[in-house]
Design a protein around this ligand. Sequence first.
Ligand SMILES: [Zn+2]
Length: 657
Amino acid sequence: MKTFTVITAAALCVTIIGIGDMMARPRPERVGLPASNIGIPWDDPCSHDDSLHIYDITHYDIHVDVDLASQLIYGDVSIRCYSTDNSLDEILLELKSLTVDTVEVDGIETVFDYHSDSLFVPLPAPLPEGDSVLVRVIYHGHPQHETWGGFWFQSQRAYTLGDGLYVYPPPYNHTWFPNWRHPADKSTADLWFTVPEDKVAASNGELIEIIENIPQQTVTYHWKQHEPISSYLYCVAVADYLILEDTYYDWIESYIYPSHQSQALVSLSNVHLMMDAYQDLFGSYPFQGKFGYAMTGGGDMEHAGLVAHVSSAVNGLHNFDWLLAHEMSHMWWGDMVTCGTWKDLWLNEGFATYCEALFHEHAYGEESYRNYVWNSLMSVYFNSYELFPIYDPVQLWTETVYEKGGCVMHMLRHVLGDSLFFTGWNEYGDRYRWDTAISEEFQEVMEEISSQDLDWFFDEWIYGPGYPRYNYSWHASPSGGDWEVFLWVDQIQTSGGPFTMPIDFAVISSVDTVIQTVWVDSDPFETSFISGLNEPVSLEFDYHNWVLETHIEIPSAVPEVSTVPLVYSLHPAYPNPFNSSTVIRYSVPNRCRIALSVFNVLGQKVVTLAEGSVSAGEHSVRWDGKDAFGNDVSSGLYLIGMNTPGYQQVNKVILLR
Ligand SMILES: [Zn+2]
């Protein structure tokens, strides 16, 4: 047996760098993205016709010799396949650009067909549903990688990244062992990696044994993945690793380059705080065996039980804690429960991005959480200028899937409250443990636990694009012994919505702050509420940033003394000029009949916006630039005319298309 070189962080004194010191957030997870992956086809569309996939892989025995000198691998993989259809007469596996030497079915060598990265293994007879065969594939070659994912040789080291960024579908482990790449085909595995005797081979799950092969001057590491996982979550990392054992959890051990020992002692010293957070929130670490990070020359990837962690992030600082936390949370969200299709990727990545914020809340408190959501989720998403839906996104590895997906969880928490939100989330984890799930299934669980219909929320935020951009104005008036706040809200986004959301308003007086939650559920929206005994001096929109939105206060034109205006008034349209729509506000001092219409410069009526009897007070109406027949009118100057028995007024508005 070979022993590890183990170091610990026992005597280390670490200074925690707070949120204010967070550097900008480069995502090694997503380094070097293509400008667009729209339209990138499947590597081999034929091989992912799932009608061909009428079997279920339950277990892999993976033997791979990694020859660092020649940059070749020699594989011998046995795959237990169960038939799910009586017509199964051929097993189709995926293996990219390697040489297949021999294929056996239940120990008997068989002919096979290997082309276009697809390995067709005929069965001697159709396999009845529920029966199984053992397919053994012996192969070798120089394994491939794309710009990010695949199998990499670097100097005297090697590692894998299970997803490709430039390929669709993303799973890319067929570069080093034959498998079926759909995330729904989950399996257990035993993995043996033979490497030079001065190297360590780290992989998923539990280390079973280390076998010295003295004549060959090699060593074989045997790892066991006890729980079923998707094939893209398997990995190997080969290097002259040192093992960094966590002092709080002895089953957390990370594989670090000797050159990075001192930096790793600092950079990985908060890992136990992350594990504290996620075990408190989501239950025990789900996998048997160790959890750890393996330093690699590439990016970060959430391989089950052994996260690939880019070496440049092990820098003696804590500015990549968010990345360590993100990847650790994938053990629950991505690895234990996996997105059922790539259209549902936010169930992996949005959840993990939100978990970055939850780590900050658990370790550093509520204010740290709120700062993190604003600085690292909302602001990052706004700066992306992306306006496409989270579900079935036009690009996968984007701020929409990650940061906006994280914001959706933040907002769902606000809608449901902490108790229902976390109970529902954990129920989702229990129900789909070791399985896959899609967005509808997550919604169903949250609806069931909360006894609420959440179609409106998922339609707005998961299946629809964009986010609300609010204009608002307000004023306050005495009402009995209290003060009453009058609020007007308009949504001006050109993509998505109109959104219904509960917005928290902080009504601030010289002596107190009163929080009032208002469901802004129409567009435009008007309401009033009693704020208390003290005169409001300011109003904070979306207090504590619970909603992914932007807002601008429009100075109120409403008289502030009385709730009922003393005079007729037609206020200037806003915005003006306008592109998609503009809002016209008007007021009357008593109940009366009015007509409010749009005219062109020839004096011809274009459309009537309001007509009939209205009550005393302030009103508003939107014009969307259409005529009475619903047709878009052309750019130009238009006149808004208000006519009542005692008042006539015309204002100008300019439409710019
Ligand atoms: Zn991730």
